[in-house]
Design a protein around this ligand. Sequence first.
Ligand code: HXC
Length: 519
Amino acid sequence: MDSIEQKLKLLQQLREQARMGGGEKRIETQHQKGKYTARERIMRLLDEGSFEEFDMFVTHRQTEFGLDKEVFLSDGVVTGHGTIHGRQVMIFSQDFTVLGGSLGEMFAKKICKIMDYATKVGVPVIGLNDSGGARIQEGVMSLGGYADIFLRNVMASGVVPQISAILGPCAGGAVYSPALTDFTIMTKGTSYMFVTGPKVVKTVTHEDVSVEQLGGADVHATKSGVTHFVAQSEDETFELIRKLITFMPQNNMEEAPIVASNDPVDRVEDDLNYIVPTDPNMPYDMRQVIELVVDNNDFLEVRRQWAANIITGFGRFNGRSVGIVANQPSVLAGVLDNKASRKAGAFVRFCNAFNIPVVTFVDVPGFMPGTVQEYEGIILNGAKLLYAFAECTVPKITIITRKAYGGAYDVMSSKHLRGDLNYAWPTAEIAVMGPSGAVEVLYSKELRALEGEEKAKFIAEKEEEYRVKFANPYNAARAGFIDDVIEPRNTRFRIIRGLESLVGKRDNNPLKKIGLVPL
Ligand code: HXC
């Protein structure tokens, strides 16, 4: 019979074996590619010494295609729990050194176990992805494993925050797990995501395309919008996750933590009084407005490079976490198009799911006209954003800085969609459309009869008349659609007071099985 010392020695040996993953040579190859191993990643992401590992001794149960000779403790994925800034998270980290991080039956079971744990306990799930996809030798067992994970992604959706980092390959159906999570971060140069790789693309569509062009971080940040963030390195990825998670609660029954703020509540920003140009057609940078009002000018922008005509991201007001949505007049005049509507709609839904108040800055000339937009379904996509704001029951504060024209006025968290506090700057223009469009429609008969200078003079006069009558905040304020017209420099203070007044807010939607968001 073995002594306890011998038994402990065996335990240590097995642990050591598990920690070596696919072995020294493959670890070296991983490092040569500029990548950390699965365990190194966990150690860098979590608080020091906080990681508790599950299922270190799990192995696969397959014997086909020589797999009986390729058995690795942990089976290619490291799972468990730990803390970030002292708050608990569940984590899985795919180990590319073991069979290319490919996913088989037991690998999937390990991920499912921590996801079930996370939903049971109510803590976020973080997935670190680096995998060759379905473990080919395990056939349908691996396909089943993926579907088991997808199901859990969906069940956990809106219950606990889910964050995916892509740190290597993520191809085939494997992409759908990150796609179902709330935030995706890709590491530049070492990660890629696509449904089918370059070889299949070549066969089917005859396109010659590199891995980077098809599914690199830049492509998904600028063209597809699949990734919410791009990090320059793995270390930057981990820093970003550690920051991102501070804006969120642990689950849908809690509120985001309040972080002590040393930024004065009553900080006035005189620059804001002059930030909107006198010429209504001149752009300005709405990001500057946001940075001037949030605590310590600290704004974490989400999907920065995609649909830049709308800004989404997290900030704090007197320590309280908020989601910020803002039209960006310096890109496409801040117009709402297909991508912008989807981007903001998805962000508002995340905030609503996790009890994060939404602050909306409005300067929008309307929805983007034209065949491109209509053919891509601006009607349905605009409806997504409208739906998101309308169903949203968290505290909602709206600041109209300049234009709020047409349907876009209604959509952008208006009073009519249950905006709690709707403020306008004196520079606001709230009307059915802008002066030039309005004059063309209202005076079409008169304009047909005029020419040259006479016509130009008539237009200028009528536009001015319209501007005075309609392009201001006071018609809306008279109707009570705007709660107050505020001095821009006081915006921070007014938002903070507003958020404080809304701390006890309770609002409900009618009981239903699900709402039918126009997809
Ligand atoms: C089993 C795999 C594997 C896989 C890689 N490996 N992918 N083993 N199943 N899917 C193994 C390799 O045999 C190798 O083993 C080790 O992992 C490292 O792989 P390399 O090819 O040497 O690495 P690299 O050159 O960096 O190339 C990485 C790669 C490539 C681009 C990911 O391995 C690759 O193309 N793999 C196949 C990808 C794929 O088609 N997967 C299926 C997608 S479809 P050794 O022993 O040499 O270390 C899919 C469906 C999911 O996933 C559906 C869900 C609904």
